[in-house]
Design a protein. Structure first.
Length: 264
């Protein structure tokens, strides 16, 4: 076998063994035996069991978002999120249980927690980017904080891996109806649409001490002058989809030198 083939056999075996026996109940030797390789061959590719479980999760974990998006890349973002949400209460396959083992292990083992923070963070960033795209397209209220909404989606997704139909079942039609109500509540309102068209920002030079948080948090809205003080870009007009960044910059300025002008 080539090195790449050996690595893939190890990842596939790790996904199966971790899902069946759990993280604590799995030995490195068990994975090597399931892959048909020696322990030495395993350690040539992975330094530890902790590294192996996150690598297996990346390679063989459930990819609902990618699968649904690939099926219809042109569908509205809200429909994409709804399609994923509708699948959450269904029975899990072996790869679905892999995330449970990784999450539980991360609670007890810092060696697992470190790569899991990256793994979960990447997925949160993907969902937040989808939210921003939906806000730009007018599907979601632009005043919603994308990262908070992404966190909510992660809680639903990963929580559903723990609360399986064997523990608590829900009627699929009722679940779909609830999700539709939630998405409808996140849609733009006439007031939020008006704010998106008219929001502006400005910096009070008397209060600005040059901490730079405004242009660090919202580089599309603020810049740095020759003396290191902040200044607004584009005359202070906030483009659609950047309202949350403007509010974030204003709330994080230590001197409250950033002012928001909504409806101006």
């Amino acid at each position: 076998m080539t090195s790449a083939e050996t690595r893939e056999r190890l990842l596939s075996a790790a996904a199966d063994v971790f899902a069946q026996r759990g993280y604590d109940g799995t030995r490195v030797a068990d994975i090597a035996a399931a892959a048909g390789v020696s322990n030495g061959a395993l350690y040539a590719h992975f330094d530890s069991k902790a590294e192996l479980i996150v690598a297996a999760l990346r390679a063989h974990g459930r990819r609902l978002l990618a699968t649904v998006f690939a099926a219809d890349p042109g569908q509205p973002v809200t429909e994409l999120l709804l399609a994923i949400g509708r699948s959450l209460p269904r029975r899990r396959d072996a790869s679905g249980y892999l995330i449970i083992e990784a999450l539980v292990a991360a609670r007890r083992d810092e060696d697992v927690a470190r790569p899991m923070r990256d793994y979960v963070g990447e997925r949160g960033d993907w969902v937040a980017d989808l939210v921003r795209a939906a806000q730009t397209g007018g599907e979601l209220d632009s005043s919603l904080p994308p990262n908070a909404l992404a966190h909510f989606c992660l809680l639903l997704s990963m929580g559903s891996a723990l609360v399986t139909p064997d523990l608590h079942a829900v009627d699929e039609e009722e679940w779909s109806a609830l999700l539709a109500r939630i998405v409808a509540a996140l849609a733009p309102t006439p007031d939020s649409a008006a704010q998106r068209r008219t929001m502006k920002v400005q910096i009070d030079p008397q209060r600005c001490h040059g901490h730079g948080r405004c242009y660090t948090l919202a580089p599309d809205l603020f810049g740095e002058d020759d003396e290191g003080y902040g200044h607004v870009a584009g005359g202070g007009a906030v483009p659609p989809g950047h309202e949350h960044a403007a509010r974030l910059a204003a709330s994080n300025c230590p001197e409250r030198a950033v002012d928001l002008l909504e409806g101006a």
